[in-house]
Design a protein around this ligand. Structure first.
Ligand code: PLP
Ligand code: COI
Length: 344
């Protein structure tokens, strides 16, 4: 048996690490069309050394979570949004689109097939779903592949940042950028992540959890954290960088903006945020948000010799309220009046 037996997993001490589960979904694209796709045992597959993804990085992915509710139901959060963003990434990378409802059905099938790996309601865990698509056709010129593979696998995970809700220390980098205008920053293409790893590694060596990237043109405006969007409370307003093509349009980000403005009466702003604003007293809280990161408070921010401490282990009031509302809805502890939660 290659995969880990679900009964042997301690769901209460999970981090964000690779654990093999039982079943994955695979669909192949040949001669201009996708096959029906099917569930298969999780496992390796062959790939040509000349595959476009191996040589030119033609690959995209998504990240989603299946949660267990108090009543024992299995739920997903806004899965159609992931399917739509997957297709936007695909189009940018000259890859074929995948039917949105088939995408959601396949994700549900993978959750059902790996049901025993969904962490219990009272753990901080989730079954993380990883849909991905690769150009696996052989190609030597810099051109899109002719054949593709779509895969969805699942892993039980705990918090992305081990610090969890205690908050993280971040460094603003002026050495590296993540994306430039006209590039691929708004897509979930693998290359964006490969290119950000060195910045993350150097920050971790200095004791930070991750970096905050600035915009590549002015080196002044906040973009995002390596794998999550950025929010700050400035003069009582919830501000987040606007999506102009260089940051990932997060589904958590979009949900938080809706909750803050429609449910919590908090003023929101999508705008350019200068890093200088984070060092002023008008900025009272900061956090990052994403599927993996959920809502992680930012304890402190450093840029060169400047340090701003937001909190010593206690997240700000607005951060905490948004967290409670978002996670409450995701786990159906709070009425899902926007119809975001999909039962499986
Ligand atoms: N930014 C980046 C670079 C990410 O990888 C992610 C995670 O998917 C996010 C932001 C947050 O997006 P979402 O909330 O859709 O997970
Ligand atoms: C997610 O939040 O799902 C992500 O994709 C982040 C990551 C682990 C790359």
């Amino acid at each position: 048996m290659m995969y880990m037996d679900a009964k042997d997993i301690d769901y209460y001490s999970l981090g964000f690490e690779y654990i093999e589960t039982k079943t994955m979904f695979v669909s192949d694209y040949n001669d201009g069309k996708w096959d029906e796709g099917k569930l298969v045992p999780f496992g390796k597959f062959e790939i040509s050394p000349a595959a476009c993804v191996l040589n030119y990085g033609q690959g995209i992915f998504e990240g989603m979570k299946a949660l267990r509710t108090k009543n024992g139901e299995k739920v997903l959060f806004r899965p159609k949004e992931n399917a739509k963003r997957f297709n936007e990434s695909a189009s940018r990378m000259l890859m074929p689109n995948y039917d949105v409802s088939k995408f959601v059905d396949a994700v549900k099938d993978v959750v059902r097939a790996n049901e025993e790996y969904i962490p219990p309601y009272d753990s901080a865990g989730a079954l993380y779903l990883r849909p991905l698509m690769i150009g696996n056709g052989p190609i030597v010129g810099v051109k899109p592949a002719k054949s593709y593979k779509f895969i969805i696998f699942a892993i039980p995970v705990g918090p992305y940042f081990p610090e969890g809700f205690r908050g993280i220390d971040l460094e603003i980098t002026k050495k590296y950028t993540r994306a430039a205008p006209g590039g691929t920053g708004a897509t979930k293409t693998c290359c964006n992540y490969a290119g950000s790893m060195l910045a993350g590694k150097e920050a971790k060596e200095k004791g930070f959890a991750q970096v905050i990237f600035l915009d590549a043109v002015h080196m002044e405006f906040i973009e995002e954290v390596g794998a999550a969007n950025f929010f700050a409370v400035i003069n009582g307003t919830l501000a987040t960088p606007k999506t102009t093509g260089t940051i990932l349009p997060g589904i958590t980000r979009k949900s938080i903006l809706e909750l803050a403005s429609k449910k919590m009466g908090i003023k929101i702003e999508e705008r350019d945020i200068s890093y200088k604003e984070l060092f002023e007293n008008s900025c009272s809280e900061a956090f990052c948000a994403g599927t993996a990161a959920v809502i992680t408070p930012i304890k402190s921010i450093v840029l060169e010799d400047k340090k701003r401490i937001f909190s010593e282990g206690e997240p700000g009031e607005i951060t905490r309220k948004i967290y409670e509302l978002l996670v409450g809805i995701q786990r159906l502890d709070i009425d899902d009046e926007f119809g975001w939660v999909v039962k499986i």
